[in-house]
Design a protein around this ligand. Structure first.
Ligand SMILES: [Zn+2]
Length: 306
């Protein structure tokens, strides 16, 4: 008998062609055009994948449902909570009637964090030079050429990663007007509209999107427990699914995710997995990227083929 692994696919932003074309740097693991997104869906459909929700996948895994091995299954997930998931991805999901999970970082609708890469791009795009003062050291970046702009984005990202532990610190360091970037993250009204759509399951993705492995135990608990409670309060529903920011977790993070009451937690790598061998609190995912290479069924199965 043919036996198939299960695939949980990860997406972030789904953008219009014009928005994507305006990007100085491409982030293929985090952004793709609506057309590339459609191409992935069409490719999965033509390969007879069955699209199921994470709740259904969880139930089938728990019940050791043998159909998981008989047919190719895929479950779609979106991380972070970008407005483009509502404006650009939802219409496509409705058109094809595909269930999906949106892992929400509640700091977006609660205005605690912003989409930093948009802010950094604007900073670099709109100025001939960028000067940043960090701990009494002045950093000057040349942004007069495209190559200079691209290098500056990378340098600033590195500087922020080294010097800042929260988005608030990044906003202060770059002197960004956070208000002008709020609209890139979902509002609670949009989250409620998504939730009202039967295809959509809202999961949690922390409050402020930290690397959970670097937090104190108290902060770790807060980042796991508070977003669950906050979404449940806003939507009047139970939140069962979680994804680790950057896919980063360790034994303690995993244990706390279990204690917080989630039924599953996903990471950011690993690809398709075999239904017999999995950890519900570290489910692997396949990253949806433009020009996605579809795993062929035979290679996916890797064992007896009918
Ligand atoms: Zn994330």
């Amino acid at each position: 008998m043919t036996s198939y692994p299960v695939m949980i696919m990860m997406f972030h932003s789904i953008l219009t062609e014009s928005k994507l074309a305006s990007r100085l740097i491409s982030y293929p693991r985090q952004e793709m055009s609506i057309q590339d997104f459609r191409t992935i869906i069409q490719g999965l459909r033509s390969r007879d994948y069955q699209f199921i929700s994470l709740d259904e996948l969880h139930t089938r895994l728990e019940n050791q449902d043998q159909d998981l091995k008989r047919y190719p299954f895929v479950s779609f997930t979106f991380d972070d909570g970008y407005t483009n998931n509502y404006t650009n991805a939802l219409p496509v999901m409705e058109e094809y009637q595909i269930p999906f999970t949106l892992y929400l970082t509640t700091g977006y609708p609660d205005h605690e964090i912003i989409h930093m890469s948009e802010a950094i791009e604007d900073l670099v795009r709109n100025q001939a030079g960028v000067t940043l003062k960090v701990e009494d050291v002045t950093h000057t970046f040349d942004t007069s050429t495209l190559a200079g702009k691209i290098q500056t984005i990378r340098d600033i990202e590195q500087l922020l990663a080294q010097k800042c532990s929260t988005v608030q610190e990044m906003v202060e360091l770059l002197k960004i007007n956070a208000e002008s970037y709020r609209h890139y993250g979902l509002s609670w009204e949009q989250v409620r509209k998504l939730h009202a759509q039967p295809l959509c399951t809202i999961g949690a993705h922390t409050r402020t999107h930290p690397n959970l492995t670097l937090l104190s135990e108290d902060d770790l608990e807060r980042e796991l427990v508070e977003p669950k409670a906050r979404i449940e309060e806003q939507l009047g529903t139970v939140v069962n699914h979680f994804s680790y920011p950057y896919g980063r977790y360790n034994d303690l993070v995993r244990e706390k995710a279990t204690q917080a009451g989630y039924k599953t937690a996903t990471v950011t790598r690993g690809g398709p997995f075999i239904p017999n061998y999995y950890d519900l609190y570290a489910l692997p995912r396949e990253c949806g990227i433009p020009h996605f290479q579809f795993p062929e069924h035979d290679s996916l199965a890797g064992r007896e083929v009918k």
